[in-house]
Each structure stands twice: as structure tokens, then as C-alpha cells.
Ligand binder design. Structure first.
Ligand SMILES: Cc1cc2nc3c(=O)[nH]c(=O)nc-3n(C[C@H](O)[C@H](O)[C@H](O)COP(=O)(O)OP(=O)(O)OC[C@H]3O[C@@H](n4cnc5c(N)ncnc54)[C@H](O)[C@@H]3O)c2cc1C
Length: 388
């Protein structure tokens, strides 16, 4: 039977679409032989993500605080007494979500790669490449949940995102002394255009960074960070590298096609975190997919209910994140150090302690109130941020 919905990609976004569109006959196509592998993620999420996914069995560690390092060496420690984030086993997380989608009726085709589509009356003829060669499947609706370098987006003439940050991370066989705090390092010599992290995960630690375009390969920066942290000789148990899409494209729908998750750059521009936004948008996509298939209208105009829905839900925070990112990438190390000096106050640390990793822009107003002199760094952009 030809499916009513084909989802390309069995990451968190694709599996969430399939699980929530359980009223449709759905096929999930995943190019890798196993879901969740290779991992391209640090796995740091707010506890709300674990709740939303009912995935407590994938939690490895709980983070309650932050150590923020400025380029010149100043460190701000921000402890809290509540769980601010959780470290998850990303492979198990993806497996869990995909098995739920299968339990709700989706057919999962691993080892099959989406190659392209052609338009036919009533929908699309989708070409897949599997172990037995090429095969075609006809469907009225295709969801591209195939990550940052989405082939579905390219085929549908959607995208690209505004910017791609290159991420790299190693997992090390070491138990860090402070299991409650994530270390974050800023600076153009450490991680230009992004940041570096050291994350305790019980008996291992994940150490990585992102680098924005035009600054060379991230591996050189990672070697320097490992050396600085005294971990360059420690045994590596995993290497992760991947692209992080920043800034959604203008359109995420076309006739018979929707993009979800990293394929639509539904990612927090400041941290590169995309699991929450992708899963929330996937729920909107599933509802619109069911309604559009039911009424037989799969035009871009009908599917734009999805575009409006996800932007209304998470688009504002993404826009505000883009604004803060623009200010951040323009900063020299000298300016970052000046900000570090200004922030090194008890009242500012208390404000930072109220932060939420999914809504960093909510700190803007209280921070400017406490430190009005921050305005001088970008009066126009900060003004826009405060106006909301
Ligand atoms: C180094 C790094 C660290 C990160 N850390 C975090 C973090 O701590 N917290 C967080 O929230 N986010 C983090 N992210 C981002 C997060 O990994 C992504 O936002 C998230 O995985 C997006 O989910 P997705 O389902 O949209 O896409 P993906 O998880 O990328 O899944 C896409 C799936 O599509 C499949 N696919 C691709 N092309 C095809 C094709 N042609 N045919 C068939 N299948 C295909 C892929 O194999 C993959 O399984 C990180 C990213 C990187 C690179």
C-alpha cells in the first residue's frame, strides 16, 4: 500500500512527526542501518525535553550550574539548587522515540536513503536507495526531517539556513570532579563565533566546541582546549562531529513537502540546541499533515498552517536568539573580557542563576536593568531586543 506520509530521517524530529501522525499510514526512511547512530550531539537538554519525550531512562547526569570562562581567564561560577539541564544518551533517546513511532503504526525502513522525487498527479514519486537498489514509493506528503544538510529541502527548492556552525566533540574516559556544573568557554581563540563546553557525564566527559564559517577546522581548536584543560592525554571513547544550522530559511513548506527539525533550522541560535524546537515543531507538523491529508489539499498554501504554527510557537525565541547572536559574533575578546568584568557581581550572578537554556533571551531585560552600560555594546540591537 502506498503510504499517506513519508518521513525522511529517524532523528527526534522525524520520529515525533510519525508518532503524532498516527492517523496516517506512515513510512519513516532512515539511511543508517540503526537509528541513533552515529551520534552527532552533546545531549544536553532542559528537563522539560526529558518529560516531553517520557525519556527518563536515557538520563545520564543532572546539571545544576555553570562555570563561564571569559577569554582572559576570568571565571564566573553560577551554582543553583535546581536541575537546570540533563545529559542524555542520545542514541538511546533516538531509539526510544523511533520505537514509539513504530508502536503507533509507522513502518521504519532503515538502510534506505532518500534520493529525490518527481511530481505526479496527486503527490510525489519518491526514489529511495536501499540494499536491493533503487525503489519508488508514491505519497501525497513528504516530510524532510533529514537534518542540517537536508536533501529533501534541496529537492523541494527550500532553504538553505542562514549559517552553518561546525561542531566537534570527544568523549573522554575521565570522571570530572564537579559532576554538577557544565563549563562554557568563550573567545575568538577558543571557539570563534560560538563557544566550547566541558560536560560531566558520570564516568566520562564530553568536551567540544563550535566554530562559525571562515575560521578553519574545529579540530585545531579542540586540541588547544584539551591541552588547556589538561585532558589531551586522556583516552577518547567517542568522536562526534556535525553541522549546526543557524537561522531558519524563509519557507519551510512547498507543495506536498514540509521540513522539520534541523532541516528547517529549528535550532536555538545561541546554543545550537535543536532537540526541543524540532520536537515541538514536529507535533505541529503532524497535526497539519493529518488535517491536510484528510481534506485532500497538500498545496503549499494549505501546509502553510504548519509554517505559521511552528513560528508562533518557537519562532520568537529563535528571532531573539539571532539578534543576540549577531551582537555576540561581533565581539572582540577585549569586549568579552570587559563584559566579564562587568558581570562579576553577586546580583548579576543571581540573575544568571534564573536562566533557562531554552529561553536565554528572557535574561536580556533583567541584565540590562542591572547593567545599563551593556547597552553601549550594541544600542540598536539591544533596543530591538528589549522592545520585544
Ligand atoms: C556537536 C553537536 C552537539 C549538539 N549538542 C546538542 C545538545 O546538547 N542539545 C540539543 O538540543 N541539540 C544539540 N545539537 C543539535 C541536535 O543534535 C540537532 O538539533 C538534532 O539532532 C536535530 O534533530 P533532527 O531529527 O532534526 O535531525 P537529526 O537528528 O540530524 O536526524 C536526521 C536523520 O536523517 C537521516 N538522514 C539524513 N539524510 C537522509 C537521507 N537522504 N535519507 C534517509 N535518511 C537521511 C540521518 O541519518 C538522521 O538519522 C548538537 C549538534 C551538534 C552537531
Amino acid at each position: 500500500m502506498e503510504p499517506q506520509l513519508v518521513v525522511v530521517g529517524a532523528g527526534p524530529a522525524g520520529s515525533t512527526v510519525a508518532a503524532n501522525a498516527s492517523g496516517l499510514d506512515t513510512v519513516i526512511v532512515e539511511e543508517h542501518p540503526e537509528v541513533g547512530s552515529p551520534v552527532q550531539c552533546t545531549g544536553l537538554v532542559h528537563p522539560r525535553v526529558v518529560d516531553m519525550a517520557s525519556a527518563s531512562e536515557t538520563v545520564i547526569n543532572t546539571i545544576t550550574g555553570l562555570k563561564l570562562f571569559f577569554p582572559g581567564g576570568r571565571m564566573l561560577e553560577i551554582p543553583t539548587d535546581e536541575p537546570k539541564a540533563m545529559v542524555i544518551d542520545r542514541r538511546r533517546f533516538d531509539e526510544l522515540l523511533s520505537s514509539r513511532a513504530v508502536d503507533r503504526g509507522a513502518r521504519l525502513m532503515t538502510g534506505h536513503r532518500f534520493k529525490g522525487f518527481e511530481r505526479i498527479p496527486g503527490g510525489l514519486k519518491v526514489t529511495l536507495e536501499g540494499p536491493e537498489g533503487l525503489a519508488c514509493v508514491e505519497t501525497p506528503l513528504l516530510v524532510g526531517a533529514d537534518g542540517c544538510r537536508s536533501s529533501v529541502a534541496r529537492e523541494a527548492g527550500l532553504g538553505p539556513c542562514m549559517e552553518v556552525v561546525r561542531g566537534i566533540q570527544v568523549e573522554l574516559d575521565v570522571r570530572l570532579e564537579d559532576q554538577g556544573k557544565v563549563e562554557v568557554y568563550l573567545g575568538n581563540k577558543v571557539a570563534p563565533g560560538f563557544f566550547a563546553w566541558v560536560l560531566p557525564c558520570g564516568d566520562t566527559a564530553r568536551i567540544g566546541l563550535g566554530v562559525s564559517n571562515g575560521h578553519g577546522a574545529p579540530s585545531g581548536y579542540l586540541s588547544a582546549l584539551l591541552k588547556r584543560r589538561g585532558l589531551d592525554g586522556t583516552r577518547r571513547t567517542a568522536l562526534v562531529s556535525g553541522a549546526i544550522p543557524i537561522g531558519p530559511p524563509k519557507r519551510t513548506v512547498a507543495d506536498n513537502v514540509l521540513l522539520v527539525g534541523d532541516a528547517a533550522a529549528q535550532v536555538k541560535p545561541l546554543s545550537g540546541g535543536g532537540i526541543l524546537l524540532g520536537m515541538r515543531s514536529a507535533k505541529v507538523a503532524a497535526a497539519v499533515a493529518e488535517a491536510s491529508v484528510a481534506n485532500g489539499d497538500l498545496s503549499a498554501r494549505s501546509l502553510s498552517a504548519y509554517e505559521e504554527g511552528w513560528r508562533a510557537d518557537v519562532g520568537k525565541e529563535v528571532e531573539r536568539g539571532m539578534l543576540i547572536r549577531k551582537i555576540f559574533v561581533g565581539m572582540t575578546d577585549k569586549k568579552l573580557d570587559e563584559i566579564g568584568r562587568m558581570m562579576d557581581r553577586e546580583d548579576v550572578r543571581s540573575i544568571l542563576a534564573t536562566g533557562d537554556i531554552d529561553y536565554p533571551s528572557r535574561l536580556a531585560a533583567p541584565m540590562i536593568k542591572a547593567l545599563p552600560s551593556l547597552l553601549k555594546f550594541s544600542p540598536f540591537a539591544i533596543g530591538r531586543l528589549l522592545r520585544g
